[in-house]
Design a protein around this ligand. Sequence first.
Ligand code: GTP
Ligand code: MG
Length: 370
Amino acid sequence: PDSITVGELAQRMAVQAGQVVKTLMKLGTMATVNQTIDGETAQLVVEEFGHTPKRVSESDIEEGLETAPDAEADMQPRAPVVTVMGHVDHGKTSLLDALRKTDVVAGEAGGITQHIGAYQVVMPGGNKVSFIDTPGHAAFSEMRARGANITDIVILVVAADDGIKQQTVEAINHAKAAEVPMVVAINKCDKPDADPDRVRQELLNYGVVTEEMGGETLAVECSASSGEGLEQLAEALTLQAEIQDLKANPDRAAEGTVVEAKLEKGRGPVATFLVQRGTLKKGDTFVVGNEYGRARALVNDRGDNVEAAYPSEPVEVLGLHGTPQAGDRFVVVDSEQRAREIAEHRQEKARETQSTAPSTGSLEQMLARI
Ligand code: GTP
Ligand code: MG
């Protein structure tokens, strides 16, 4: 691990790689630009150039990424981050689309031009809500498994004509395991065979006690098709968010989680970041998972270029050097060199883990991975 490539060493001393190669030859070592030399040799080279060598230890590299909690006085209210879950075809996407159409700001601006997997809606009444459009709860549990708890509220969508189904139960279990409060949307209430009472009754079997049943879980009868109950659903979300008293400090270097990331033709790696603390500004340098980057452009959910993204805001980020994974954390750091060092260090560690991992596991291990 205590080694460096010739090219990297040259870059750090701000000299031509050829000069380092020559110096190495003088010291009796033959190496090309891409070859790795050990720390001892590197130290000799640095001294030959008249510099004082300073070795960067592993702890130095990662140091400072674990940030202290914010002072209560710096905390300001933030929008809730809401994930929609439920059984297949129960109307998750339709409901999100319908809620989006109630966006008072989008209405004024003439509609939404671009779809990204996360967006913020200004509800009737002026409250903001950020929605995460995870494709199924596989993504939700994957993120949670990787330590990324980004959701404040789960909307559990249940079709009133179909009732509780297998994936409804799974969604309930995910939300419970993550200790995220639920708001139930009893959808498709426009259908003639809709039976919302049955839904509330069935929910009892899974420990979800709605207000009507004497419990605390908010349940709203609605229809994505007719628009009935959407305002009440928005109100329920706002109420639930108020109970949680969600706050973040906007005046600090940004941190958050990758919601989705992909390699796009002509744009390079593009990631959607959900800012969770601080303010992400255009030009900021960050480490994200095993990658790093400098925010060349920030694009909001309407496709507009913006200068900054605040807590609970999702934003598309351009200027990454590689494609991170959904669930990766991003942290803004003070210099590009430091960001690169941390990313390279993490990549190296990832490679080490990969090469030491057994190529075939037991059947049990394989099942555990599925
Ligand atoms: P998956 O993403 O495939 O799991 O489905 P989904 O839960 O996102 O459901 P989607 O929004 O795609 O809706 C499934 C079907 O139900 C579509 O044909 C919708 O038009 C219909 N649908 C959704 N909401 C309502 C509703 O409130 N009333 C009626 N009548 N139909 C609805
Ligand atoms: Mg869908």
